[in-house]
Design a protein around this ligand. Sequence first.
Ligand code: GDP
Ligand code: MG
Length: 177
Amino acid sequence: SSSEDEGEEYLFKIVIVGDSAVGKSNLLSRYARNEFNMHSKATIGVEFQTQSLEFDGKEVKAQIWDTAGQERFRAVTSAYYRGAFGALVVYDISRRSTFDSIPRWLDELKTHSDTTVARMLVGNKCDLESIRDVSVDEGKSLAESEGLFFMETSALDSTNVKKAFEIVIREIYNNVS
Ligand code: GDP
Ligand code: MG
């Protein structure tokens, strides 16, 4: 009866994956709460954060999942991926080994998803230009060859964080609406 009942609503699950300490938890806390933690330990307790956006006058809720540090033991469970429509696949531009792990994360994502997943390759910590270990071009070309969006971000100084999440959310919305 109320006008709320008439509008369509969307709820999208998005997961963040990548090696330990690439900045997954800080990307989420920067986006959802505008917070950054220099000494963050493995996330405890928080499973996901929800952000509301509006596209074409429709409410879109993004439920963004963060690991609880299981990636350290390569033990991210299938429940984590279940029902995800989007993913941020993150490496640290100052640590090449985290970039080398990306194909493994993409495989894992593919194995566990039963639908089209909007995927963004994220090179985080772009504030660390002086100790850069992976070039922008390498990130770009990996993303191109795998059919992913690409963005370098900094959870520390906020560069492109909102953009990265919202491109994924917009892509999911475009896929389903
Ligand atoms: P996670 O294990 O992938 O969740 O990584 P965290 O979010 O816990 O971050 C690991 C470490 O990297 C912490 O010390 C963060 O403060 C730091 N960190 C995260 N994002 C950035 C960033 O954009 N720039 C810099 N310089 N440090 C970051
Ligand atoms: Mg974390």
